[in-house]
Design a protein around this ligand. Sequence first.
Ligand SMILES: NC(=O)c1ccc[n+]([C@@H]2O[C@H](COP(=O)([O-])OP(=O)(O)OC[C@H]3O[C@@H](n4cnc5c(N)ncnc54)[C@H](OP(=O)(O)O)[C@@H]3O)[C@@H](O)[C@H]2O)c1
Length: 246
Amino acid sequence: MSERKRFMLLTGASRGIGHATVKLFQEHGWKIFTVSRQPFSPECMWPDAKDSHIQADLSDLGGLEQLVETLRQRLPQGELHALVNNAGISPKGEGGKRLGVLDTDEYTWVNVLRVNLVSTALLSRYLFPELKKARGSIVNVTSIAGSRVHPFAGVAYAASKAGLAALTREQAHEFAPQGVRVNAIAPGEIDTSILSPDTNKIVENQIPMHRLGTPHEVAQAIYYLCSEQSSYINGSEIHINGGQHV
Ligand SMILES: NC(=O)c1ccc[n+]([C@@H]2O[C@H](COP(=O)([O-])OP(=O)(O)OC[C@H]3O[C@@H](n4cnc5c(N)ncnc54)[C@H](OP(=O)(O)O)[C@@H]3O)[C@@H](O)[C@H]2O)c1
């Protein structure tokens, strides 16, 4: 007997962790809708990739309802089985310099919080009926920088990820009674374009496993949290960092 098709909205799928997540979920027969600012990434190609993509800028909070409406029209049963909030930005100063409190201007604060935090809360709010109907899962992609000072991640990014961990807790408390589980994954140093050139120093000195993580390893944890295998896990934040946090 064939399984019923499951549907996911994944933000930030044009490269990195999002790209690997699309690939893995597809292998498991899911239908994935993606969101990013680019119209479509030729590097992240799969059958029906163009048709499944919704071009949107998550910093434009007023545009999110339109994005959700576009998605709704493409969900045949009005069911969304997973919302993965993966899109994120980590602005740097000149030469890749870390932006501390004294370096971070108002625009950077507001823009980072819009993309990394507020858009995720609003997407879960607008898509809650569809998630509830499917008894779906939300996975928020936080960061090791949300719980400790990081040598390259700036203050606005760190605060946004700490906020996202708190949002995960609040959503887990509020949504689980209605059948929607909410968890987070907190990557450490994963081999993507978001990394700083000096990450190799962290790998040598701070990661017990002495290597970067791969986007596929992160995707596997996201898949687990959206599957029946994690049916009693709610409000957790899974560290994916080779032991960098110990
Ligand atoms: N890589 C790591 O080591 C690491 C560590 C900790 C946490 N994380 C987190 O993991 C997530 C994915 O990271 P990654 O390394 O895969 O990042 P990445 O390679 O830089 O990809 C970021 C994705 O987000 C999208 N995006 C950025 N701004 C957007 C906006 N305003 N609206 C819509 N989409 C937007 C980008 O697409 P467009 O440019 O087309 O918009 C892209 O698809 C992020 O939340 C990041 O904070 C990563």
